[in-house]
Design a protein around this ligand. Structure first.
Ligand code: NAD
Ligand code: UD1
Length: 336
């Protein structure tokens, strides 16, 4: 297994995974339509690693463009990050989300079948645990969703499971990410959201920069020690390394396997604010507001299965995540 196709490879998690792949000696081909990222990510990946990779600006919805990538490269395995991911936007544009995330995945797996590529790692999400399970979340819990984005992950997981039943050669790992934050240590790649961020840490970063006035903390009346929501934040580099372990697992096993990638440790919104203040040496102003619709009090992973099947566990703590986020933010004030 040498040549890896990375869809969505110029995006946040994809770019960090390309770095880890190249550093471990894999050959990397990236397919991305740049709808939520920039081609400069490719140059930055090259700069960090000193290695070359191939880039195709192509849309997964264009099956001929996908075919061209497979016909021009001997792909051994695919890591599929490409998708739309904004929860609020998915409620406003459900068709676009279903079409892009499901349609893109269909074209990819059809083309994989045509070229006899059988190893596949999919970006799933802790969002598939829905609102009704108790923490820590284990992979055998029932999945559900509360918004179109979440449903795309639940549906794609089901489809991937069904195709592995029908085709015994297929090996598919669905990695359920908890809350990826942080950035590469070099400060060259990181999360580069368009407009006002929705997620906590990118928002806090903009407050630290002075571009946004104050963080709104969505509720301090949850049943948690300080009343604010608890999440399992994971450093994007730890997450990226988890994909290499998943590739190795897929190389030796067949069937469908969902696996959590989290730290197993919960951190509250107020604890994140404190850690970020420490990282940037600035005050993060905040106001307490109403709860955000669709939010749950507590989410964190049971990490035993990742340890057992992948021999992987997260190494970096919340201070490191905030320090690397700030290092990227302060070095890229005009974006990537
Ligand atoms: P991202 O937006 O930075 O990266 C996704 C990439 O996919 C972007 O570069 C975008 O241009 C590309 N893309 C989207 N649709 C495409 C299409 N039709 N054809 C080609 N390229 C397309 O997002 P990310 O944070 O790196 O997330 C990667 C994956 O992980 C997504 O599937 C996301 O749903 C999933 N995920 C992310 C998080 C998170 O908090 N970041 C959490 C859980 C799961
Ligand atoms: C959100 C999505 C989830 C998606 C994940 C991807 C919702 C309801 N959930 O998860 O489906 O998989 O992003 O990264 O959108 N917070 C504030 N103020 C803010 C932003 C966030 O207080 O401005 C709080 C939230 O209430 C939550 C925590 O910070 O307690 C983390 O929020 P966020 O970063 O948006 O992640 P999730 O809500 O876990």
């Amino acid at each position: 297994m040498i040549n890896i196709l990375v869809t969505g490879g110029t995006g946040f998690i994809g770019s960090h995974t390309c770095v880890e792949l190249l550093e471990k000696g894999y050959e990397v081909v990236v397919l991305d339509n740049l709808c939520n990222s920039k081609e400069s990510a490719i140059d930055r990946i090259k700069k960090i690693t000193g290695k070359n990779l191939k880039f195709y600006k192509a849309d997964l919805l264009d099956i001929e463009a996908v075919d061209k990538v497979f016909s021009e490269n001997k792909i051994d395995a695919v890591i599929h990050f490409a998708g739309l991911k904004a929860v609020g936007e998915s409620v406003e544009k459900p068709l676009e989300y279903y079409e892009n995330n499901l349609g893109g995945t269909f074209n990819l797996i059809k083309t994989m079948k045509k070229y006899n590529v059988n190893k596949f790692v999919f970006s799933s999400s802790a969002t598939v645990y829905g609102m009704d399970n108790n923490v820590p979340y284990t992979e055998d819990m029932p999945t559900s969703a509360t918004n179109p984005y979440g449903y795309t992950k639940v549906m794609i997981e089901q489809i991937l499971k069904d195709i592995t039943v029908a085709d015994k050669k297929l090996s598919i790992v669905a990695l359920r990410y908890f809350n990826p934050i942080g950035a590469h240590e070099s400060g060259l790649i990181g999360e580069d959201p368009h407009g006002i961020p929705n997620n906590l840490v990118p928002y806090v970063a903009q407050v630290a920069l002075g571009r946004l006035d104050a963080l709104r903390i969505f509720g301090n009346d949850y049943d948690t020690p300080d009343g604010t929501g608890i999440r399992d934040y994971i450093h994007v580099t730890d997450l990226a390394v988890g994909h290499l372990a998943a590739l190795e697992y897929a190389d030796k096993n067949v069937g469908f396997q969902p696996i959590n990638l989290g730290t197993g440790k919960g951190t509250s919104v107020l604890e994140v604010v404190k850690a970020y203040e420490k990282a940037c040496g600035r005050e993060i102003k905040f106001n307490i507001t109403e709860r955000r619709a669709g939010d749950i009090a507590v989410s964190y992973a049971e990490t035993t299965l990742a340890k057992k099947l992948l021999g992987w566990e997260a190494k970096r703590d919340i201070d490191k995540m905030c320090a690397d986020s700030w290092n990227f933010t302060i070095n890229n004030t005009e974006g990537m």
